[in-house]
Ligand binder design. Structure first.
Ligand code: 2RA
Length: 469
């Protein structure tokens, strides 16, 4: 139709131009007619082709419609996902903001809820690190809480702290005292959560005054006449004390609870350990640093230079937990894992390789441990042994994503074990994953369990029968 109108218009224009143009017009009309019939032919061909292509066209049409629907659907989903991720981001911001807002309360509340606190100026680096824990009160305050929660049969609890905190009133009306020869007399039990120097100076004095000291610092752990005790692992060792009992380091503590049943069954030849340690192991200031850095990064703000670690800890992983002593290529944390493990398990021949890593987790240390046994031990038997052992919970259903992890273990007293499997590289080795709350079982819970053990075994001064006159 369109083609026909066009031709008519050309003809009428030329005719209006006069006779002289007729021949020319006629001459012109012929080619036009030829063209018309060519076009007609083409049109027919095209028509035919179109008819032949029709199924293809309608298939293409269908395809386009369904692609359209899919695109609309995908757009809808993308929109929902973006809304969801906005929500997740907003929730995370709110959560962090809330934590940041609480930091001041948090710091204030923790300041004196410790048993012993001293002037950090005279302390070594190692002791200062321990002191950080104490100054921020994480383990000390948890000890007090646990003594109450577990109804430890106590007549009187007296918190000791540095001079500047003397006289302060803690939760439950406890008044903080200062340390002096007079003030430390008359106690049956002293729970220390202070630095190595404080313990070095005052633990023997408390012991001489008749108390049994349970010390959370590293000061006495490797001393031959000081038992290093984990309540589920070597409880009998407590009886050999001479006034001081040492509480192991957190990363060793949780690991030996899981290793003991395997050692009893098959012996242990070698351990290869990688830890993933939470920042609360360093102290409350490190928790603050992680939260403040995370907050800054999420708000696209500059982060302050790190003070607790050598590098940024938020959104990072540092192959550096503990301190490197001069000329040492292992940190003290790694050395503690080696020596304390051998002492607690009572086997100096166990070979231990350890890498201690700090991760941006607030509470809950995780450990991947390759255990090479002396005798063959199947993963099935290991699982069975670990299920029956005290203080342990096995979560091992990898197909359903069932394994322990830090945020689940935080706030609980058990040690959690999962991913129990054969090491394909060694017929007598298993790989296991161990997680626990580093402040609870890793420190305060075990200290209180040791106090309970002393009480059950009638070893406290007030329980001893006076010798006949
Ligand atoms: C840690 N050594 O760095 C500590 C806790 N005792 O996690």
């Amino acid at each position: 139709m369109k083609r026909h109108i066009e031709i008519t218009m050309i003809a009428s224009v030329l005719l209006l131009g006069g006779c002289a143009t007729k021949k020319y017009v006629a001459a012109q009309v012929d080619p036009v007619n030829t063209k018309v019939s060519e076009v007609d032919k083409n049109q027919k061909n095209t028509q035919k082709q179109l008819e032949g292509d029709e199924p293809k066209i309608s298939a293409a049409d269908e395809k386009a419609t369904s692609a359209d629907a899919r695109a609309t659907d995908a757009l809808g989903r993308a929109d929902a996902a973006s809304k969801k991720s906005d929500q997740v981001r907003a929730d995370l911001h709110n959560e962090l903001n809330e934590k940041i807002a609480n930091i001041d309360d948090y710091k204030a509340a923790g300041n004196v809820t410790v048993l012993f606190k001293f002037d950090s100026a005279k302390l070594t680096d190692d002791a200062r690190q321990q002191l950080d824990q104490l100054a921020t009160g994480q383990v000390g305050s948890l000890m007090l809480k646990l003594l109450r929660e577990r109804e430890f049969p106590v007549r009187e609890i007296v918190p000791f702290a540095s001079e500047r905190s003397v006289g302060m009133e803690l939760d439950g009306g406890l008044l903080v005292r200062g340390l002096s020869e007079e003030s430390i007399q008359g106690f049956d039990l002293a729970l220390f959560s202070a630095g190595g120097s404080t313990s070095g100076e005052w633990a023997p004095r408390f012991a001489a005054a008749g108390a049994i000291v349970i010390d959370n610092s590293s000061r006495w752990r490797m001393q031959d006449d000081v038992p290093l005790v984990v309540s589920e692992v070597n409880p009998d060792a407590i009886e050999a004390h001479h006034g001081i009992i040492a509480n192991p380091n957190c990363s060793t503590m949780q690991m030996v609870v899981a290793l003991k049943p395997l050692q009893d069954e098959a012996g242990i030849e070698r351990l290869v350990i990688s830890t993933y340690q939470a920042v609360s192991g360093t102290g409350r200031r490190a928790v603050d640093e992680l939260l403040e850095q995370s907050h800054a990064l999420l708000h696209e703000m500059e982060i302050a230079p790190p003070t607790q670690y050598a590098h940024q800890i938020a959104f990072n992983v540092l192959p550096h937990a503990g301190n490197f002593a001069e000329g040492e290529d292992h940190t003290d944390e790694e050395r503690k894992l080696m020596s304390e493990t051998r002492k607690i398990l009572g086997d100096a021949s166990i070979r231990v390789s350890a890498t201690c890593v700090r991760v941006p987790v607030v509470t809950g240390h995780s450990e991947a441990v390759n255990v090479q046994t002396r005798e063959p031990l199947s993963p099935e038997r290991a699982r069975e042994l670990l299920r029956e052992a005290p203080g342990l919970t096995v979560i091992d259903d990898p197909g359903q994503s069932g394994y322990p992890f830090a945020i689940d273990a935080a706030g609980k007293d058990d040690v959690y074990v999962g991913r129990i499997r054969r090491d394909p590289g060694h017929e007598r080795a298993l790989d296991i994953w161990i997680v626990s709350d580093n402040l609870r079982k890793g420190a305060a819970t075990n200290a209180v369990q040791l106090a309970e053990l002393l009480h059950e075994r009638q070893l406290l001064a007030a329980q001893r029968t006076p010798s006949p006159a």
